[in-house]
Ligand binder design. Structure first.
Ligand code: HEM
Length: 194
């Protein structure tokens, strides 16, 4: 029972549930839950999972002797890949709605859309190297590649800020991100780890 609670397939099932819920509502009640809802919700989940991924390192540094913190550290890549999956789904919904390369190309000059594409471009190398084969092949460079997550996070939150009609929610999330990142930098300096 305990091993089921910590199993990877169960974690993935839990991570997939919000996406299945959104797709189900979009398919069954498109008038009540339309493009505006699904594009915002998928963007939110991509950003929340990104924040969860970034929170793993400071949690591990604070609670390194706790088994649950070690388990979380082993699942950090899964959280990152899930964030990418929601971001990719979010982009696919946008592309499906626009349905024209000309419109998509023209919207690239909109600052929030450009920030979104740049964030997604930085996520691609992270997602394709988030597996055991790439980790072994890249050796020490793996950490260097994965530092791209920080500019990707900055672009993601810039995208959110610029996209929002009322930026309050975006500012609250930026404050939470700062509350995750500042202790990380401080703890890593104090414990002399990278
Ligand atoms: C590939 C490029 C991307 C495009 C074209 C795109 C497009 C959009 C659009 C059309 C919106 C809705 C704006 C509105 O309410 O009018 C949006 C919002 C949002 N996007 Fe993106 N996006 C992209 C990448 C990303 C990525 C990579 C993330 C996160 C990892 C993300 C997270 C968000 C968030 C959090 C919101 C705000 C949702 C809310 O208002 O609650 N987007 N995006």
């Amino acid at each position: 029972m305990k091993s089921l609670a910590i199993s990877r397939p169960l974690l993935w099932l839990v991570l997939a549930l919000p996406g299945l819920w959104m797709l189900g509502r979009w398919a069954v009640t498109p008038k009540l839950y339309g493009y505006g809802h699904i594009v915002a919700d998928s963007g939110d989940w991509a950003a929340w999972l990104l924040m969860a991924t970034l929170a793993v390192t400071p949690i591990r540094l604070l609670f390194r002797r706790h088994r649950w913190a070690q388990w979380l550290m082993r699942r950090r890549r899964d959280l990152g890949v899930a964030s990418f999956a929601y971001a990719a789904g979010h982009t696919a919904i946008y592309l499906f709605r626009k349905a024209s390369p000309d419109i998509v190309g023209a919207e690239l000059s909109t600052p929030y859309i450009l920030a979104g594409w740049l964030a997604l471009a930085l996520f691609v190398p992270l997602a394709i190297t988030s597996n055991d084969i790439a980790t072994r092949a890249l050796k020490r460079s793996w950490k260097r590649v994965h530092r791209l997550v920080y500019p990707a996070a900055v672009l993601t939150f810039l995208h959110w800020l610029l996209a929002a009609f009322d930026p309050t929610t975006a500012y609250i999330h930026i404050a939470i991100l700062a509350a995750i990142e500042l202790p990380r930098v401080w703890l890593q300096r104090r414990q002399r780890v990278t």
